[in-house]
Design a protein around this ligand. Structure first.
Ligand code: UD1
Ligand code: UDP
Length: 348
């Protein structure tokens, strides 16, 4: 049996690895490597427990330090593991520092790279996610794209072979776990009858005091309560900028929640304010409109169909959405992981 190395390290990658592991495991011996990028219980172990993911074969414990230092530790750790395991190919997912480290080390060891969520692009070349995506795609060998627009982006960059539109892995996760979504999430409090769900963590939003204060002030003007599971990065920056006073009484800031709980919150909220790539799409798949507190989104299909309103850091809490059903996004709604493995079987 051929061997795949699946490299993960951040919250969205644990979630996305659930359908991937299931499908990869049918045809390949899969070595699961956790870089340690995310390390709090509620950002890592929680997902291994609730999604019944296998214990990683390797945990690199790269916790802490600056982004560069942590990425360097990942590169060092991955080099030893991949040189020892000699997989037939590596699978990297999305656009985090773990994606970048996995791709760079694999390329240096001549291990073919499969990129899940390839071809996703933003206009701002300075975003950390954009840098990670562009570098990864520049050295990847197989491009598993969530949308046709992602395929087109890669073609414009001169890619010609092994480009596949496989549908969105985020939809696949939702499809698999939808039946397990609890009626009421366990978030340590009673849910208000009507509420808005918000999540916030992008560096360009929360590391910049002007942008962070604009977003928090916009949220504070909501007439409905807001449930805000706080990403650790956001929590740290709120403290660093001394902005706890901007968390007004209508903003219920809680710890990050598990995957099934966030899906439950998404199902019962009125609408969503989020800068998360994953939560944007989950919201739409569950029929909820999204206000995007960023100047742009990579998920342009959802803007065209009216589900996402791109508003920037200052926005009105206006919950009216002009949606055109799922016309523009229905191509994404497929069993993505199974389609991905069909493509891989032809290559490895
Ligand atoms: C990373 C990804 C981002 C992705 C997000 C998903 C990069 C460059 N960015 O952003 O694309 O959308 O994950 O959540 O890879 N921290 C903790 N505990 C944790 C995790 C992080 O305290 O469990 C703190 C870190 O110490 C650090 C900060 O949060 O100070 C940022 O963490 P990092 O992993 O660098 O980036 P994210 O903002 O999580
Ligand atoms: N998520 C979660 N708990 C939370 C917030 C998000 O389980 O408190 C899930 C969410 O459902 C989605 C994924 O984490 O599947 C998105 O991760 P995140 O927002 O951290 O990163 P991004 O998608 O922007 O890279």
């Amino acid at each position: 049996m051929k061997k795949a190395a699946l490299i993960v390290g951040a919250r969205p990658q644990f979630i996305k690895s659930a359908p991937l592991i299931l499908e990869l495991g049918r045809f390949y011996k899969t070595v699961l490597i956790h870089t340690g990028q995310h390390f709090d219980f509620s950002m890592s172990e929680l997902f291994f427990d609730e999604l019944k993911l296998p214990t990683p074969d390797y945990h690199l414990n790269t916790t802490g330090g600056s982004s560069g230092r942590q990425t360097a530790k990942m590169i060092e750790g991955l080099e030893s593991v991949l040189a020892f395991e000699k997989p037939d190919f590596s699978v990297v997912v999305g656009d985090t520092n773990s994606t970048l480290a996995g791709a760079v080390v694999s390329a240096k060891l001549n291990i073919p790279i499969v990129h899940v969520e390839a071809g996703v692009r933003s206009k701002d070349k300075n975003l950390p996610e954009q840098i990670n995506r562009v570098v990864t795609d520049s050295i990847a060998d197989c491009f598993l794209c969530p949308t046709q627009s992602a395929v087109e982006n890669l073609k414009k960059e001169g890619k010609v072979g092994n480009l596949y539109d496989t549908g969105d892995i985020i939809y696949d996760c939702l499809r698999i776990f939808e039946k397990n979504i609890p009626q009421k999430p366990s978030i340590g409090m009673d849910l208000p009858d009507r509420f808005i769900l918000a999540t916030l963590h992008r560096a360009e939003a929360v590391d910049n005091p002007d942008n962070l204060s604009s977003i928090l002030r916009s949220l504070s003007l909501s007439s409905l309560p807001i449930i805000l599971p706080l990403h650790p990065r956001t929590s740290k920056m709120i403290d660093r900028f001394d902005m706890r006073n901007l968390i007004t009484d209508n903003i219920l800031a809680i710890e990050p929640v598990g995957y099934l709980d966030i899906l439950s919150l998404l199902k019962s909220c009125e609408y969503v304010v989020t800068d998360s790539g994953g939560v944007q799409r989950e919201a739409v798949f569950l029929g909820k409109g999204v206000i995007l507190p960023r100047p742009e989104t990579e998920w342009i299909e959802f803007v065209e169909s009216g589900w996402i309103k791109v508003r920037g850091y200052d926005f009105e809490m206006d919950g009216t959405f002009d949606t055109s059903a799922f016309d523009c996004v229905e191509n994404l709604l497929r069993p993505a992981a199974a389609e991905m493995i069909e493509k891989l079987k032809d290559l490895f």
